[in-house]
Design a protein around this ligand. Structure first.
Ligand code: FES
Length: 163
């Protein structure tokens, strides 16, 4: 694969009150940044469940960004502190299972930081581009898929006993 031509897919979970507004500011200020990122607006970075991140990878993301308000600026007081604790643990977990930690990045971006938003998106796009496509999770996922036998009424042993 030609890494120069390949464009990564990045999912970004952004908090409604800060980072999403920062992204809006970047747009209205006409700051240019790569278009590889799909924004998923959440009410708070603290509401980003690790399962959302795994799902993003499973559905084809090569990288994931989670971004919210700066510490002590969270609209819900402590949501971003909870998020930070979760991220820390999740990062270690990714490292433990052998997935490059750079595929998951975190940032604090306020509503007035349009330029920072553009810089963060440019950086993650560059980082993911250098890592290449992410296939490990999809492969892992198919290895661990359990195929349950087809259920039908006649094969149900309880049903047979009752007859
Ligand atoms: Fe923005 Fe909580 S509201 S991180």
């Amino acid at each position: 694969m030609d890494k120069e031509k390949w464009e990564p897919k990045i999912a970004a979970f952004v908090c409604n009150w800060c980072t999403y507004t920062g992204a809006d500011l970047a747009g209205t200020s006409r700051i240019k940044y790569p278009s590889n990122t799909k924004l998923i607006r959440v009410m708070c970075s603290g509401s980003v469940d690790p399962v959302f991140i795994l799902k993003a990878f499973e559905r084809g993301a090569d990288g994931v960004l989670v971004s919210g308000c700066h510490p002590n600026d969270c609209h819900y007081n402590a949501g971003n502190f909870h998020a930070r604790r979760r991220w820390d643990f999740f990062h270690k977990l990714l490292d433990f299972i052998g997935i490059e930690k750079e595929r998951l990045q975190f940032s604090w971006i306020s509503a007035s930081e349009g330029k920072k938003f553009a810089d963060v998106i440019s950086k993650i796009t560059k980082d993911i581009k250098s890592l290449g496509p992410f296939k490990a999770y999809k492969q892992m996922n198919s290895e661990f898929t359990v195929n349950f036998p087809e259920y039908n009424e006649s094969s149900n042993s309880i049903n047979k006993e009752l007859q």
